[in-house]
Design a protein around this ligand. Structure first.
Ligand code: GUN
Ligand code: FE
Length: 424
């Protein structure tokens, strides 16, 4: 078994948002791609496995990016002085239209996948564009990278320019089936149904996607309650809905049995919307950097945690400009402090262990048993080398991880394992 081995080092992982387990100079065992536990001394039954000695380095579960737009990586940082709807119209839609050209798509997606492969991200849930061929190109590159991903061909048949709009609901659904056919044999890069957001999708398209979801059991991703201008538009478009979440729920595309769903942002989700998400098991992808860049606001992550919602972190490339989930951890903490100080003193700031939990186990749960070094979890791990951050006094493993989060970047990733496969 080539993917059975032992890593030795300073091992940190989360049991709960508040409870971080820190195992200094210990062994974590991977048996056939699955974690067999963490041990202070190596049990006899694992004595025949190869031991990779990373003494002095940090070993953490892989980081999960629950929401990013692969085609937007190319133009990250451009046009950041706009709010969401103007940014979509003037930057995003024209940029995504370029992916009609297969050569452009391959070049741009190669740059993205090369960087994602070297990053601290082990798993990601991605938007592509509405183009079938380009999205299959992206999935092919991801499949070969060894990363584990869910990728969506975007559905959009209204309220966007001619260059980036499907002709009709029927045409969008036919293209979706063609795409699903094209990625049938992929094992590590798998599909997720992706209505862009309510303003982009006609009622007929949403109904067709619901039928397709029921037929295939595929998960769903979209955007929810991100920005005030967007929310006002949705209430105009859906006068009969009680809210934005309800506008998805009416079409049966808001979680519930057999319909795993991620909603990105949820900055302005009120108590009723959050209660519906909790009831339906909808995952929140919290995207702190994007919500700053597009002046969307700060999501109430403390309320999500208090209320028991499932939450992970997203880079939201290119609303967010940084691919690194280490940066998303720091951003989560920092924006939560501003929210607490300026907006709502009843919701305490997010701590480093909590943000670390969200980036590992929180988002990992969307993929199953992922994001912790508990026995039976898929073996996703990063070996972090913090030698580039010398310090004149002694540091605990948690202090060293904190410094990597705030001071380092993805160059600190020395080795990376995804479901037992060594990527670097
Ligand atoms: N809502 C609909 N499309 C998008 C997008 O591409 N990015 C963000 N941040 N929000 C969206
Ligand atoms: Fe997004």
């Amino acid at each position: 078994m080539t993917n059975s081995f032992v890593l030795k080092g300073d091992i940190l992982w989360s049991r709960t948002p508040q409870d971080m387990t820190i195992c200094e100079n210990q062994y974590v065992v991977c048996e056939d791609g699955v974690c067999a536990g963490v041990f202070p001394t190596l049990p006899e039954r694992f004595a025949s496995l190869p031991v990779h000695d990373y003494t002095g380095k940090l070993i953490i579960p892989g980081l999960v990016d629950l929401h990013a737009h692969a085609p937007q990586y190319a133009f990250r940082s451009l046009g950041m002085d706009l709010e969401l709807l103007d940014w979509l119209d003037t930057q995003t839609f024209p940029q995504e239209a370029r992916y009609a050209d297969p050569d452009y798509a391959r070049r741009a997606y190669t740059l993205f996948v090369d960087d994602l492969r070297r990053s601290s991200t082990t798993r990601a849930v991605l938007f592509g564009t509405l183009h079938v061929d380009a999205t299959l190109t992206l999935m092919g590159l991801l499949e070969d990278s060894g990363l584990i991903t869910r990728v969506g061909k975007v559905n959009m048949d209204r309220n966007s320019p001619d260059c980036l709009r499907e002709e009709s609901a029927a045409a969008s659904l036919a293209a979706t089936r063609q795409w699903l056919d094209g990625c049938r044999d992929f094992t590590r890069s798998r599909p997720i149904l992706t209505p862009r957001f309510i303003p982009s999708c006609s009622d007929a398209l949403m109904e067709g996607l619901r039928d397709l979801q029921r037929e295939t059991g595929l998960p769903v991703q979209s955007h929810l309650s991100e920005n005030q201008g967007e929310i006002a538009w949705v209430s105009e478009l859906c006068p009969d809905s009680t809210g934005y979440g309800d506008a998805y729920d009416r079409f049966g595309l808001f979680g519930g049995d057999g319909c795993p769903t991620i909603m990105a942002h949820c900055v302005w989700s009120d108590e009723a919307e959050r209660a519906r998400m909790k009831q339906n098991g909808v995952f929140v992808a919290h995207c702190p950097q994007s919500n700053v860049n597009l002046s969307s606001g700060i999501a109430p992550v403390r309320a999500f945690l208090n209320e028991g919602l499932s939450v992970g972190l997203g880079s939201d490339i290119a609303g967010g400009v940084h691919l690194s989930m280490l940066r998303a951890i720091a951003d989560t903490i920092q924006v939560s402090k501003l929210r607490w100080r300026l907006q709502d003193a009843s919701l305490a700031p997010i701590t480093l262990p909590e943000a670390f939990y969200l980036a590992t186990r929180g988002g990992g749960a969307f993929f199953g048993k992922v994001g912790a070094f508990e026995s039976g979890f898929e073996f996703d791990a990063l070996v972090l080398d913090d030698a580039m951050l010398p310090c004149p006094f002694d540091l605990s493993p948690l202090e060293r991880l904190t410094r990597v989060v705030y001071l380092a970047d993805d160059r600190a990733v020395a080795h990376k394992y995804v479901s037992g496969l060594k990527l670097m």
